[in-house]
Unconditional design. Structure first.
Lengths: 311, 308
């Protein structure tokens, strides 16, 4: 499959494959809801997330007495938890998405370059990856964020640097294997420049794997940002992020459990969805495994039973 | 085998040195400790005297040289905060973390082998699907939130477990579970994947046809071949355990090295921070070597350097 193949037809196939897998469908819907609330939620809500209402302090969730805004209860300053969750989703995504994109772009270009050229370029790159990976990322983040102020930009930078080795290693391994293949050899014989070969021949083969890695890594980055915010060295108030909301809820755990529970649930639901989508994409992007998704569930089990009978 | 180990030690010594160097410089970027340890009214002379006493007036390169020379004499300097030797503070905190991490990793690996093999034994069965869903959720769980939920349910609501302490066995349950959850989720998936591949290989048919029992087939034949990828991931997860330890030790007041590192960063207690990072880095370094040695024992191709 190359990018040039009739894109309309292949897009239709993707949709069919996705609709066949119930879990992947639900995951996509959840991620779309999170993305939508991050994009347009804050505009629709206005100042609802910061408006204090001291007559509605620590309202328990699941009651519509005070209007839909208090569906998930309110915090100790009478602010709507639902509105705060929606606004915080923007902060959380605006850290996680750029961090993943930066590390994906830098790591994959670097890795393909290192793997294509082999030799010292490969060795040096792998040692750099080892150094970064052998240092606990949270500790790196703590030190760097303490040195420079813990702004969203710095958090993105730290997370991006901490995750570059993941893509660097994956891209290096695949591209080192590809550079000895015949079609790359042929391109070289025709006098193509190395960057042209990497861009036109190596990248299309390597990228699907890297996208899957990126989807999975999105979870890791989101969880690290939440941990940092929870420890007090990530997003700082008055900004909101889900991790920070859990930390704030921890203070009033005994009297108002919902303040800590719902932001954490939001994190879990989002990360689980991304993981499910990643494992679906891993199957869908692998031509050797894709057939598994085209079978209806009943036949998948029937196949397995047959196999057992034979065994 | 010895050549293999020697080569491996030499190549992982470089990251170790870079990490120590990095921490040394980064720690000094966090600011001037005299602002924290001297009163606001301190005169410039007092500050200069403070800096001279702790060697902060020297150029960074000289400070680093002195530091390295001291480390070779096993002298890690003394804590700015408590004036005790940094080595004492670190050695007091280190066993607590080591016990916690060791218990966690042993439980995670054993649990993942059992659950992962069980799931892989009948792919797509109910057990497999339940295991997949649980492990996916566990692997994407924010540990700090899991810890708080544990406290909420088992300490606040039910009152079964204490919220902090290290003495009673009950106090270990929540910290170990919190630290366990993500490595366990990831490991189950890796073991399952590797076991599915291993169990469908021809040598399993051979083992069955020569009359080996199912337990022997699964744990003797398949697991041995499924072990290397799981081992690699377990090694990476153990490095990541330091991240978890910081969170867990903060929430449960566990007197370990994660908590010590956070405190010494906030207090600009350079000597303790460096000693703590040095000990952690050496542990990770040793652990990687042990994992590679296991890897080589399991797979003779690695031992002879065929696959690079």
């Amino acid at each position: 499959m190359t990018p040039g193949d009739a894109p309309a037809a292949s897009r239709a196939t993707w949709w069919r494959l996705l609709l066949r897998d119930r879990f992947a469908c639900v995951a996509v819907v959840i991620l779309l809801v999170v993305a939508a609330s991050a994009l347009i939620g804050p505009i629709l809500l206005g100042d609802l997330a910061v408006k204090q209402n001291l007559r509605a302090v620590n309202r328990p969730p699941f009651s519509l007495d005070d209007g839909w805004a208090f569906l998930l209860g309110s915090d100790s300053l009478g602010r709507s938890l639902l509105a705060r969750l929606i606004v915080a989703s923007r902060t959380t995504l605006s850290v996680a998405v750029p961090a993943v994109v930066v590390s994906l772009v830098v790591g994959s270009i670097w890795g393909m370059w290192a793997g294509y050229h082999r030799g010292w370029r490969e060795n040096v790159s792998m040692r750099v990856a080892d150094v970064i990976l052998s240092f606990p990322s949270l500790l790196l983040a703590v030190v760097v964020l303490y040195v420079f102020s813990p702004s969203a930009g710095n958090i993105v930078l730290v997370l991006a640097i901490a995750r570059i080795p993941i893509y660097l290693r994956a891209a290096r391994a695949e591209s080192a294997e590809l550079q000895s293949r015949l079609f790359v050899d042929a391109a070289r014989t025709f006098g193509a420049k190395s960057w042209a070969i990497i861009g036109r021949h190596v990248a299309p083969t390597v990228l699907p794997t890297l996208f899957t890695v990126a989807t999975l890594d999105f979870c890791f980055v989101m969880l690290t940002e939440s941990s940092l915010s929870f420890l007090g060295i990530g997003i700082q108030p008055p900004d909101m992020s889900w991790g920070l909301m859990v930390a704030q809820g921890r203070q009033v755990l005994q009297s108002a459990w919902w303040i800590a529970v719902f932001p954490g649930l939001a994190i879990v639901v989002t990360t689980v969805s991304a993981t499910v989508l990643a494992s679906w994409a891993r199957l869908a992007m692998d031509p050797g495994q894709r057939w598994r998704l085209t079978l209806p569930r009943s036949r998948r089990e029937a196949r397995h039973k047959n196999k057992e009978v034979r065994a | 085998m010895l050549t293999f180990l020697r080569r491996r030690i030499a190549s992982s010594a470089i990251p170790l040195v870079v990490v120590i160097l990095g921490v040394f410089y980064l720690a000094r970027l966090t600011g001037d400790p005299s602002n924290l340890y001297l009163p606001l009214s301190a005169t410039p002379e007092m500050r200069a005297e403070f800096a001279a006493r702790h060697g902060f007036d020297q150029p960074l390169l000289v400070q680093f040289g002195d530091y390295l020379a001291q480390v070779f004499r096993l002298d890690f300097g003394e804590s700015l905060r408590t004036a005790e030797p940094a080595a004492d503070a670190v050695l007091r905190a280190f066993p607590a973390t080591l016990q916690l991490a060791g218990a966690t990793m042993i439980l995670a690996i054993l649990g993942a082998i059992v659950v992962g093999s069980w799931a892989a034994y009948r792919p797509n069965s109910l057990a497999d699907r339940v295991a997949s869903f649980t492990s996916t959720t566990a692997a994407s769980m924010p540990d700090f939130w899991f810890a708080i939920m544990g406290v909420l349910v088992f300490a606040v609501a039910l009152g079964w477990l204490p919220t902090s302490g290290t003495e009673s066995a009950a106090a270990w349950v929540l910290p170990v579970l919190t630290l366990l959850i993500r490595p366990f989720g990831v490991l189950v998936q890796v073991v399952r994947g590797a076991m599915v591949t291993a169990l469908s290989a021809p040598y399993i048919k051979v083992a069955r046809s020569k009359g080996a029992g199912e337990l022997r087939v699964v744990f003797g034949h398949a697991l041995r071949n499924a072990a290397p990828p799981a081992l690699t991931v377990a090694g990476d997860l153990t490095v990541g355990l330091v991240n978890g330890a910081v969170v867990v030790e903060t929430i449960f007041g566990w007197p370990g090295i994660g908590k010590l590192m956070i405190t010494s960063i906030l207090q600009r207690d350079f000597a303790v921070l460096q000693a703590a990072v040095l000990v952690t880095a050496i542990t990770i370094f040793a652990l990687n070597i042990v994992i590679d040695a296991c890897y080589a024992l399991l797979d003779s191709r690695v031992r002879q350097g065929v696959t690079t």
